[in-house]
Design a protein around this ligand. Structure first.
Ligand code: SF4
Length: 391
């Protein structure tokens, strides 16, 4: 354990002005989930969890592939039954992303997961006991150490021990942190240190305070998440607030947005949070005005069609779609490519230079065509040859 954590300082020679640099990260220990480094200044990784029955290997692998395409770094699968445990070896072997197995209570499934060759497990050692005997924790710790498999301790506000609830008067940040450190100690006592910790709560503000406290109390990498955040829109908002606030303070090494929705949406939201904080390089960024009574074109449709037309762009490219000439030209000039619309027409602006004016029904085609050109220029500037956009 360590307090007064040092900060991981962003190198000053990154060529970026200070206000474009990502948040200064708190220094944590480094561990590896398969080939993915977590903590110690490694890029913040995005996680999600499959919703298919784990024993259905094909369905699970297909969903993992979809999550991979959306930008996930690590995928978690649940293992509630023996037949799920039986499927782990094939999933671990064929998955395109390192697999973490989520286990509750059953120490045998933890052992099965490690033997199956998975990249990580999530288990709460406090759950692994019989009549208070924690001897199986050592068995798991030894096997995980031998296999180089890290363990995440996942404390959840909804399942705190009664002892801690009584001591702290409910689900408080202090109670959750004490629970997490107690769990970590069980592993430390058997000589295991490749630990990451989460202390999730469904209230983003409670969650923020809990992780702040935890980050002062230990130097383990932290896995951030707002648990049971809700459906896509409200869940993404709560997660962006909770996870985003912490990342902006430099706290957090890996994240999961939990939504009652397709897990691909979780990944998109997670990637979006990292991009918003400059913690992951942006891909396509369509900036569009909210539209108002001054708008002289259909901004919503234009923005949607431009977004679709540029699907697949894999370089940082900002395209502005602005509804009128009040703020339009200024915002469009800040972008790589933009349109400042007027009545039934649009002025196309490329990296600050006004190119030409087109009728409204040609705006999308013009933007997409020139945005592709700019994307190729960006690739060339970066020394990457192949075209960025698949038509
Ligand atoms: S750019 Fe023009 S249309 Fe869009 S919100 Fe601003 S004032 Fe309204």
């Amino acid at each position: 354990m360590a307090t007064n954590l040092p900060l991981h300082v962003t190198p000053p020679d990154d060529g970026l002005p200070p206000h474009h640099r990502p948040p200064v990260r708190r220094q944590t220990r480094r561990l590896h989930v398969g080939p993915v480094p977590v903590g110690g200044g490694a890029p913040v990784s995005v996680q999600s969890m499959t919703t298919t029955p784990t024993y259905d290997v094909n369905a699970t692998l297909q969903q993992i592939a979809s999550l991979n395409a959306a930008g996930v770094d690590l995928v978690r699968v649940a293992c509630p039954r023996q037949r799920d445990a039986d499927a782990l070896a094939e999933i671990a072997q064929k998955s395109t992303v390192p697999v973490i197995v989520d286990i509750h209570f059953q120490w045998k499934y933890a052992m099965a997961a490690i033997e199956a060759g998975v990249a990580g497990i999530r288990i709460n050692p406090g759950n692994i006991h019989k009549n208070g005997d924690h001897s199986k924790v050592k068995v798991i710790g030894d096997a995980a150490k031998e296999a180089g498999v890290p363990i995440r301790i996942g404390v959840n506000g909804g399942s705190l021990e009664q002892r801690l609830l009584d001591k702290h008067g409910g689900v408080t940040p202090e109670a959750m942190v004490e629970s997490a450190l107690d769990e970590a100690r069980l592993l430390e006592d058997v000589g295991f240190g490749d630990i990451k910790i989460s202390v999730k709560h469904s209230d983003p503000w409670v969650m923020v305070q809990t992780y702040r406290l935890l980050s002062q109390a230990c130097d383990y990498p932290l896995h951030l998440g707002v648990t049971e955040a809700g459906p896509a829109v409200t869940g993404s908002i709560k997660s962006a607030v909770g996870i985003g606030a912490l990342l902006a303070e430099g706290i957090g090494d890996t994240i999961r947005v939990s939504l009652s929705a397709d897990p691909v949406e979780e990944v998109k939201a997670g990637v979006g949070i990292l991009e918003a904080l400059h913690l992951r390089e942006r891909g396509l960024d369509v900036v569009s005005c909210p539209s108002c009574a001054r708008a002289e074109v259909d901004v919503y449709t234009l923005a949607e069609e431009v977004q679709q037309g540029l699907e697949g762009v894999d370089v940082p490219l900002r395209v502005a779609v602005m509804g009128c000439i009040v703020n339009g030209p200024g915002e469009a000039r800040e972008a790589d490519l933009g349109v400042a619309a007027g009545k039934g027409k649009g002025q196309i602006i490329r990296r600050g230079e006004v190119l030409f004016t087109v009728p409204e029904d040609e705006i999308v085609d013009a933007l997409v065509r020139y945005a592709r050109e700019v994307a190729d220029e960006i690739r060339a500037e970066r020394g990457e040859g192949a075209p960025t956009v698949v038509a």
